[in-house]
Write a protein that binds this ligand. Structure first.
Ligand code: CMP
Length: 154
């Protein structure tokens, strides 16, 4: 099973609503390693790079206004099949459609203000991690609890 890294953003609504701790806890409790963390203000330029595939969409102006409105927290989450599993933990894009038990399903009732972003594939994860972190800001380590989170052959 692939040991992967994925970029997670706790968006402005998450910071403003004081939900950062709760959401970080979900990833820690699941057994993932948090290997990088940074608070920053997204600029319009960074927003356009990050959301390059959405720049021409009608909702992009609103998305840029939202994502640049207040600081965010960027994280790198690492673990087995982290890219797929983290996306599933987030739930569907719209908080109104996301299943109960997912982060968006439990805490969001909006399509735009959906609290969290996570990379949607290997290529996106590598690209997005590079947008937010320099290599020396990433700290890979083996938590002493690892043997209690998975078998040796997983
Ligand atoms: P995210 O997973 O970060 O990827 C793109 C973001 O654009 C998405 O979460 C939402 O915040 C936002 N988004 C996606 N679709 C729409 C939409 N139809 N209208 C408004 N915002 C959207």
């Amino acid at each position: 099973m692939p040991f992967e890294r994925t970029l997670v953003l706790l968006k402005p609504d998450c910071v403003q609503r004081r939900l950062m701790g709760k959401i970080i806890s979900r990833f820690e409790e699941k057994g993932f390693n948090l290997i990088a963390m940074k608070m920053l203000q997204v600029t319009p330029d960074l927003a356009k790079q990050h959301y390059a595939e959405h720049v021409s969409k009608p909702f992009y102006p609103g998305l840029e206004k939202f994502i640049t409105a207040s600081p965010i927290l960027a994280l790198i989450v690492e673990g087995l099949e982290a890219i797929r599993v983290v996306r599933e933990m987030l739930g569907a894009t719209s908080g109104l459609k996301a299943a109960p038990g997912t982060i968006r399903g439990d805490f969001s009732s909006s399509r735009q203000m959906n609290l969290v972003h996570a990379s949607d594939g290997l290529e996106a994860a590598a690209r997005e991690i590079g947008l937010y972190f320099r290599p020396q800001e990433i700290f890979s380590y083996s938590p002493t609890l690892t043997p209690w989170f998975k078998a040796d052959d997983e």
